[in-house]
Design a binder for this molecule. Structure first.
Ligand code: HEC
Ligand code: HEC
Length: 330
């Protein structure tokens, strides 16, 4: 236990350091890019941390980076292809982790090492992992042999067991996992539709209603999930009073410069988790400024499908709405 705490502490310190390096890296990008930094050694992660990295990958990344996808069903490059590309420019573990932190915290063309993948698949949406989680994911990828064929089948059961035997996840984290998985599936459908059909005809893919909760944990907990907003597009996604209160306080936190935090409410029979949904550049073609971001053909389609639409006028990094995950108490 104690050594576990120590590792966590070390992880935090390293992340702070890496972030410092990141800022430094950004502030003198042009001149310093070629110059490798003396990066701090990353703490030895224990088996549990790595298994958690695998679990995070599985929950948040494989919907688009599916190891078993074929050329036709792919929604993004495989993790092996990405690792290969990242290893090319930066063979050291510290730099590998740093580059994952940079890209995952701010997916953009500027931070991309695979611009051709953006052209083919569209820019990856920002996932809501914190730095410690990104570190674990990156370290798992770095230290495992994902480039081997059959890696996934072989590792899957082993890692899953390790993870489950060692962890008891809190209800707020359980709800978060369910929300992230749903988000992953939704994001995948949306990206595929945008690529295949363009914005106007992808509109129907931003609906969550078609997504069945197939995740075993969600089924076991009889979880229900919905997305609501204070500025809703679909009248059925209007936030109720309790949800509005959370939305308002989260907006205030964001305005103060704080990171938006999830919230768990415990009632007699159920627990309800609220999780923020932030905008990124990809969303603006359907939720941005009316003339500047949303084309007139898309706008007229939105207006005909949703005559009472309130969900335009957003910029990047704003609170677009929230996931509401309702779980039965065990
Ligand atoms: C909704 C689909 C989707 C999900 C979910 C997703 N990705 Fe991606 N990812 C993409 C697409 C599409 C690309 C290729 C375009 C790009 O680079 O932005 C990509 C590219 C990447 C790249 C290469 C970036 C570059 O251009 O240099 C990394 C690294 C990456 N993903 C990591 C992850 C990790 C780690 C997760 C899970 C925490 C994840 N992705 C979840 C769609 C997704
Ligand atoms: C192709 C157009 C399109 C894109 C791109 C898009 N949306 Fe939507 N969005 C819609 C439509 C249409 C709805 C209404 C869905 C429904 O009927 O449930 C919607 C609904 C939502 C809702 C539910 C609340 C409401 O207003 O009804 C949220 C939250 C949301 N979108 C967030 C996002 C975020 C975040 C992104 C970017 C990551 C995004 N959307 C990208 C078209 C889009």
């Amino acid at each position: 236990m104690n050594s576990n705490k120590n590792t966590h502490c070390q992880i935090r310190q390293t992340i702070c350091f890496l972030l410092f390096i990141t800022l430094f890296f950004f502030s003198c990008k042009n001149t310093e890019k070629e110059n490798p930094y003396t990066l701090m050694k990353i703490p030895e992660l224990n088996q549990q941390d790595l298994a958690e990295g695998f679990q995070l990958l599985q929950n948040n990344c494989f919907s688009c980076h599916n190891p078993n996808a074929t050329e036709e069903t792919k929604a993004g490059p495989t993790m092996a292809a990405i690792k290969n590309q990242y290893m090319k420019s930066h063979p050291s573990q510290e730099e590998f982790v740093r580059d994952y932190l940079i890209f995952l915290n701010n997916p953009s063309e500027e931070n991309s090492k695979m611009p051709e993948a953006i052209t083919r698949f569209n820019l990856m949406p920002k996932m809501s992992l914190n730095d410690e989680q990104i570190l674990k994911v990156a370290m798992y990828l770095y230290s495992s042999e994902i480039e081997n064929p059959n890696w996934f089948e072989k590792q899957y059961d082993i890692e899953k067991q390790k993870y489950q035997s060692n962890t008891s996840i809190s209800p707020i984290e359980t709800g978060q996992e369910i929300a992230l998985k749903t988000k992953g599936v939704l994001g995948k459908n949306l990206l595929e539709a945008l690529n295949a059909k363009g914005t106007e005809n992808a509109l129907s893919f931003c609906s969550t209603r078609a997504i069945p909760l197939t995740d075993s944990m969600a089924i076991a907990l009889h979880a229900r999930i919905k997305r609501v907003s204070d500025k809703n597009r679909n009248p059925e996604n209007k936030a109720n009073e309790a949800e509005l209160a959370y939305i308002e306080s989260t907006k205030m936190a964001i305005a103060r410069g704080d990171k938006p935090k999830p919230q768990l409410t415990t009632l007699d029979e159920v627990q309800i988790g609220y999780y923020p949904i932030m905008t990124n550049k990809m969303c603006l073609q359907c939720h941005g400024q009316v003339e500047a971001d949303i084309s007139s053909s898309t706008l007229s389609k939105i207006n005909s499908l949703y005559p009472d639409d309130l969900a335009t006028g957003y910029s990047s990094d704003e609170l677009r709405g929230i996931w509401v995950v309702e779980m039965d108490k065990k």
